[in-house]
Design a protein around this ligand. Structure first.
Ligand SMILES: *Cc1c(COP(=O)(O)O)cnc(C)c1O
Length: 407
């Protein structure tokens, strides 16, 4: 009888762009019986989360917590600021911007998309032109996605604000930081963002199911002008609760709160600036490896980063091309043989189409470190070899050189 060698037992590694790897400290904090929701530790623990969430978003204003995924936070941000018939401008660098605008449309909001494709950042000259062509201020908000997780483009939020200011346009600036919060530098107040939405299962390292809407006084004033906001989504009681249950509009997400506390403790222990620096360095190692793999005679036949310019790449997610069906084969091979799961392609081709099998994504957000990224890259190198996919040499050495650099 022959035995087959299986190299996938052991701890699996989910390297998709959310949900991300959950730290043991978060899992352990959640492993407990239900706490009292009327008095005691859970109440003070929740109060302690608020300043730490604001620090994470670099804001001194307000935060509302929702028991919802990122889509819930999208809807909350829209319903608290806009009403049917209002118009929003949506500069788009990928699928998530389109998704948020579709949600706005479903709420009766008129959307205008400036679509910059799936491999380019916002063209701020075009945004400026559109804002200048709106002297009557029909546009009530600009919706932007900081890091679009489908394309892995990272947009310049501060520059968008500068363009809005230069046009003297009063629209709200609303930003989706679901993929970037806790990974890429984001400065809500300094960058002049009025509303920011995020969720807990990416850079915030907590199981999916909780999301956040941060807002400033200008956004609160927009909310105050609305005739009504549906009771559950209204951010006002959540951000200024007179009673504990108002934080959540009902029963608290008890275990998530313990998990989030542990996750925010990890961020505090490391320091937010150092968290960002870690993500930047790990991303650089990934890029170095990918650029080596892609260095073959006909680059279009090999592995290719979706975003050509390093300065426009997210530090949390990397979208890649590998001619179909190789990308899908690589993902399957790695999961079955090494216990390593990579992300599917999203939004660069219709899901399930032949072309779609030529895209994949790496998640490197949250609880990831040097040895995990070297394991991820070593796994990919192994898969490329096992499947005989053409690739350039020296990828692991290039990544190691990035991580070995002292500063
Ligand atoms: C993941 C993600 C979303 C959607 O979040 P869900 O929790 O899946 O609803 C929206 N925007 C961006 C940028 C994301 O990365």
């Amino acid at each position: 009888m022959s035995t087959t060698t299986n190299l996938s037992a052991g701890r699996p590694y989910l390297a998709i762009p959310g949900p991300s790897v959950i730290p043991d400290a978060v899992l352990q904090a959640m492993h407990r019986p239900s706490p009292n929701i009327y008095a005691g530790e859970l109440l003070s623990l929740t109060d302690s989360l608020i300043p730490d969430l604001k620090a994470l978003a670099r804001t001194e204003h307000f935060v509302a917590i929702y028991i919802a995924n990122g889509h819930g936070a999208w809807e909350a941000a829209l319903t608290n600021t806009l009403q049917p018939g209002d118009k929003v401008l949506v500069p788009a660098s990928g699928r998530f911007a389109i998704g948020w605008s579709e949600m706005a449309e479903a709420l009766g909001i008129e959307i205008e998309i400036l679509d910059f494709g799936t491999a380019a950042p916002w063209d701020l000259e075009q945004v400026a032109e559109r804002l200048r062509a709106d002297p009557g201020h029909q546009i009530k908000a600009v919706l932007g996605v900081h890091v679009d997780t489908s394309s892995s483009i990272r947009n310049d939020v501060a520059a968008l604000r500068a363009v809005m200011d230069a046009a003297q346009h009063p629209a709200l600036l609303m930003v989706d930081c679901i993929a970037s919060l806790g990974c890429d530098r984001f400065e809500m107040d300094a960058w002049g963002v009025d509303v920011m939405v995020s969720a807990c299962q990416k850079g915030v390292m907590t199981p999916a199911g909780m999301s956040f809407v941060f807002f400033n006084d200008k956004a609160a004033a927009a909310r105050a002008k609305l005739p009504r906001v549906s009771r559950y989504w209204d951010w006002t009681p959540r951000a200024n609760p007179a009673e504990f249950y108002q934080y959540f509009g009902g029963t608290a997400p008890t275990h998530h709160l313990y998990g989030l506390r542990a996750a925010l403790d990890l961020v505090q222990q490391e320091g937010l600036e150092r968290v960002w620096a870690r993500h930047a360095r790990l991303a650089e190692a990934i890029w170095a490896a990918c650029e080596c793999w892609g260095a073959i005679d006909d680059p279009m036949q090999g592995l290719r980063l979706n975003v050509a310019d390093r300065g426009l790449r997210s530090h949390a997610v990397t979208a890649l091309h590998l001619p179909a069906p190789s990308a899908s084969s690589l993902r399957q091979w790695l999961e079955q043989n090494l216990g390593l799961t990579l992300g599917i392609g999203l939004g660069l081709a219709p899901a399930g189409s032949a072309e779609w099998h030529g895209h994949f994504r790496l998640g490197h957000m949250g609880h990831v470190n040097g040895h995990m990224i070297m394991g991820l890259l070593g796994g990919i190198e192994t898969g490329l070899k096992a499947l005989d996919i053409p690739h350039g040499q020296g990828a692991l050495a290039a990544a190691a050189a990035v991580l070995a650099r002292p500063v």
